[in-house]
Design a protein around this ligand. Structure first.
Ligand code: GLN
Length: 534
């Protein structure tokens, strides 16, 4: 087993996840079996209890793992399915060690960060890396490990120490460190500055890790002399200094790495020079180029509560892009803060109210995503009502489907106080209720989570057709409330409407660049008046 560790320096938000995924893709295109892992040094057991506005979306896996959004990048780039164990957190490691301590595994010993925590980290990495890769019979040849955060963070110290030890455990030929850094240009002098990268590499070395490849984020390609300088000061061969300059869409990143022969640099460190297959990446080249050439717009309004951070809806955005590219349209997303559509905003902040409605009314399609808590729910109900009455293509996901049901009960069935018991426990018309198997005392991992099967009772509906008239579909879930827990209502659809679909599950998690989600494809096609063409 070979390991590629990806670390980040200077600042956060460099796109380490996309870089790590692209490296994985490149190695896969060389004919290797690749898996990946993400280390998040926070104390939460998993991402499930964290705010999407702080940390971006919670990505959900088939096995119900609520994980960091980077696992979504890996699944989309590598087209594999990962498990909850592929996301390591400080919380999981400490829990593991504390459980062992209580069991008496370390009887008589003082339990310490070194060696107990550091051993637990290494054992975890080795165990998970050796699990057979989804869709194949054997383990991966290469495991790409991304270490979250930035070199120097206090909370990642035990992981750095563990990874330093790990490089010795597995041997120099089996361990390659790619450090992602930043080369800024200061306006005053207009020169690409190498000092921040030099400092972060020095930081890495002080902690016992030596980079083999440095991937530099920059606005434009690195100049030759800048590469030479970095090579000299960071003790990394010049051909191993890769430049990741700004590109028009992320599908160019694997191509950028390939063009600079990043795979050769990595394969050499890993003593895999025997792998001579050139990574073609034909499909990615087509998608990257196609995406740049699109000009006919399609506007989708996302009416959500966490619109201040677009990463909060990352998989939804990706799924919309996959579908738009497949339909040959250039996607424009209009972020509509759900609360701004409400009448209280009309009084308190009329400009925001007007702006929100203008965006909603200008959209070709409306998407109401999932969410928790009652802030903005009324705004989402109003968006569903507008879409239903004005016959605007609508896709409601999870909470988005629940508000569509509430809206229908209120406006069409005349049940004025229809609500979800999540927002009004005393409503006389609870049309969305707490599921019997849920827990109200424990929040972590207690929802209905992961892949569940939905059977179509009729194929005479748009969703069944979009899913290719299959008898059932497997999609991922993450919810505590439901429309009818006895019947497990998973999909709602309106007749006599161009496209009005709500789903209890989250189709966005399984959308892939070359295999767009059926329901997103339906939304985009309907928004462009092309649904019949599907
Ligand atoms: N809050 C709702 C529930 O728990 C919807 C969840 C979601 O949209 N993911 O059922």
């Amino acid at each position: 087993m070979k390991y590629v560790l990806v670390t980040g320096g200077v600042v956060s938000g460099l796109g380490k996840g996309v870089t790590a995924s692209s490296i994985g893709l490149l190695l896969k295109a060389c004919g290797l079996r690749v898996t990946s892992m993400k280390i998040d040094p926070y104390l939460n057991t998993d991402a499930g209890t964290m705010s999407p506005v702080e940390h971006g979306e919670v990505y959900v896996l088939d096995d119900g793992g609520e994980v960091d959004l980077d696992l979504g990048n890996y699944e989309r780039f590598l087209d594999i399915k990962l498990t909850r164990d592929n996301n390591i957190t400080t919380g999981k490691i400490y829990q593991d060690v504390i459980n062992k301590e209580r069991r008496g595994d370390y009887l008589g010993k003082t339990v310490q960060v070194v060696p107990h925590i550091t051993d637990a980290i290494q054992d975890w990495i080795e165990r998970v890396a050796h699990v057979p890769v989804d869709g194949t019979s054997g383990p991966a040849d290469v495991c790409v490990i991304e270490l979250g955060g930035t070199i120097g963070d206090i909370e990642s110290m035990p992981f750095i120490e563990a990874l330093g030890q790990f490089s010795y455990r597995v041997g120099a030929d089996n361990f390659c460190l790619v450090h992602v850094s930043l080369v800024p240009v200061l306006n005053v002098v207009g020169e690409q500055k190498t000092k921040p990268t030099q400092h972060s590499v020095r930081g890495l070395r002080c902690l016992g890790l030596t980079p083999h490849v440095i991937a530099c984020r920059s606005t434009t390609a690195l100049e030759e002399n800048v590469k030479t300088k970095l090579s000299q000061f960071c003790h990394v061969q010049k051909e191993n200094i890769i430049t990741l300059y700004d590109v028009s869409n992320i599908w160019h990143i694997p191509l950028l790495l390939r063009d600079q022969k990043a795979h050769d640099a990595i394969l050499k460190v890993l003593n895999l020079q025997g792998i001579t297959r050139e990574p073609e990446l034909e499909q990615w080249t087509t998608m990257a180029e196609c995406c740049d050439m699109l000009h006919e717009p399609v506007r989708i309004a996302i009416v959500g509560k966490y619109t201040s951070l677009s990463d909060a809806y990352l998989s939804i955005q990706k799924a919309l892009v996959h579908a738009s590219v497949a339909r040959g349209k250039k996607l424009f997303v209009d972020w509509v803060p759900a609360g701004d559509l409400e009448s209280t905003t009309a009084k308190e902040n009329p400009d925001a109210y007007k702006a929100a409605w203008k965006l909603l009314k200008g959209a070709d399609g409306i998407l109401v995503p999932g969410g928790f808590g009652d802030r903005g729910v009324q705004g989402k109900v109003l968006a569903a009502k507008y879409a239903r009455e004005q016959k605007i293509p609508f896709l409601g996901i999870c909470l988005g489907m629940q508000v569509a049901v509430i809206e229908f009960a209120r406006s069409v069935l005349g049940l004025q106080d229809a609500n979800s018991t999540e927002f009004d426990p005393d409503t006389k018309n609870p049309c969305v209720i707490f599921m019997p198997e849920g827990s109200k005392t424990h929040m972590g991992g207690t929802m209905r989570l992961g892949s569940r099967r939905t059977y179509f009772q009729s194929t005479d509906c748009k969703s069944a057709k979009l899913y290719g008239n299959k008898r059932f579909v497997d999609e991922r879930h993450r919810h505590r409330y439901e429309v009818n827990p006895d019947m497990r209502m998973e999909i709602v659809e309106l007749r006599n409407h161009p496209y009005f679909i709500g789903v209890q599950f989250h189709p966005e998690y399984k959308s892939r660049p070359a295999k767009p989600s059926a329901l997103f494809l339906g939304l985009i096609a309907a928004a462009c008046g092309q649904l019949d063409a599907l």
